[in-house]
Design a protein around this ligand. Sequence first.
Ligand SMILES: Nc1nc2c(ncn2[C@@H]2O[C@H](COP(=O)(O)OP(=O)(O)O)[C@@H](O)[C@H]2O)c(=O)[nH]1
Ligand SMILES: [Mg+2]
Length: 526
Amino acid sequence: MVSGFEKLTAIADSGEGVGLEFKEFLTRETHLKGERRQTLACQMKYTLLQADGKAQYVVGITDSGYLKGISKPQLNESVNVLHTLARDVGACVCGLEEYVVKGGHIGLVTITNKLSEKDHILVGTAGHVDHGKSTLVGTIVSGMPDDGSGKTRLFLDVKPHEIERGLSADLSYVVYGFNERVIRLKNPLSKKERAYVVQNSGKLVSFVDTVGHEPWLRTTIRGIVGPKLDYGLLVVSADDGVTHVTREHLGILLAMDLPTIVALTKIDRVGEPTMQEAESQIRRILRIVGRLPYKLKSVEGVKKISGKVAQGLLVPIVRTSPVTMEGIEILDELFKRLPKRNVGEHGDFEIYIDRVYQITGVGSVASGTIKSGTVAVGDALYLGPAKDGAFLTVRIQSIEMHHCRVEKASAGDIVGLAIKGAKPHDIERGMVLARNKPDAVREFVSEVYILHHPTRIGRGYEPVIHIETISESVTFDPEREFMMAGESGIARIRFKYRPYHVYRGQKFIFREGKSKGVGTILSVGN
Ligand SMILES: Nc1nc2c(ncn2[C@@H]2O[C@H](COP(=O)(O)OP(=O)(O)O)[C@@H](O)[C@H]2O)c(=O)[nH]1
Ligand SMILES: [Mg+2]
């Protein structure tokens, strides 16, 4: 507690200032009524404005900075009042540190402006190892040229110190943004700079990159089917050209309906004929999967095509080099214009559970990306299916987003939902929380495409399937006796151990050892 106390005394000594307010205590009775409430909300709004969207309130301290301390119930009520005031001004409480000084409680409450998820696109990288994925992204977000020996990839090839936005620890995540101009970060790992970008951008672009030598597929499945990427960035090194890994990754991106951009990178290392050869390889594999390649050569050209790129019809190919900075401006313009993909805000609420946490004082929290609809605190929802196919009725006790308590969240938001009415072991990854009673499905029929398999796939093939956040062993019963790499066909697929909630139209990835494939559910039934 010594360091906490030192921090508090430092704050107390500095006195109120930009973004820092002192309050002895706040009560519903006096501070949330009529004019008083308005005045306080106004003050909060002004404080947030002055401090670029982030304010701190110290509770339990006098105006003059004396650390008086208050009782625990007083502190709780004060924090609740701040919650309400924050809501009044479209902000939220996103941090609370509690200290005890000479028996009295003191709270340090952080309040931030809310960021709309709708102006935030998530881009996932793909491509052969060492083809320059991390370098390209590092250069885009920092604006710093690479030295050709791994200078700017360092921004991504580190384990993130904290798991943000519910992403897996094997994935690294960096962000940059746009207002009238592009906002880059001198050090993309600096929390302070990130906060600045988040608060000052009208549009945000986050990149999800696999860390170092983690196998792309294992980690990226979480990225693609987990937090719901909006776009794929396939990186192809000009000196190597298209490899089997490039082909496989492209197959997965497109099969998952992810609009994709191809960056031909390291163009400083090769001459024109080699670049052209690589481009024609890229065009060929795009045509095979039914997409229209488009050579995007200028910033001006972006406006014309960004709509078609967003629909997934057109795949732009951009020549880039983080060393010479060629092509970076074109990519900027693309990312600036590409919209958040349509999310099903109007459907009924549904979320696939990605992670489950036990939090003291709160209970079980399930996190994931809302697939459709809207959820509010107090909602009654179905949870399941359990192993026997049953669903529980549970209640949502609280909702957290970006470490902020919110009352409501909707499709596309990454949230943590505190669940009442289920025991910790009742909640598992791959289950859904839904407004309407979902189906528990054990068997379904799919169209599948084999991306890679050393021999042949036949009856009894048992890969692991990834649908939404479900990862589970299945058995295959293909319509034809055997299927080879590069072939597609119909197969009946059965979850080996238990049912899940799946339905027609969902896309999936399956793999077993070196074999991999993708598919779409055509019909469900037992
Ligand atoms: N000359 C040159 N080197 C590059 C370029 N892009 C990446 N590199 C280098 O290629 C190596 C591999 O890049 P990295 O980003 O780690 O690849 P990843 O495995 O796909 O993430 C690093 O040493 C980079 O410095 C480029 O455009 N030109
Ligand atoms: Mg990398």
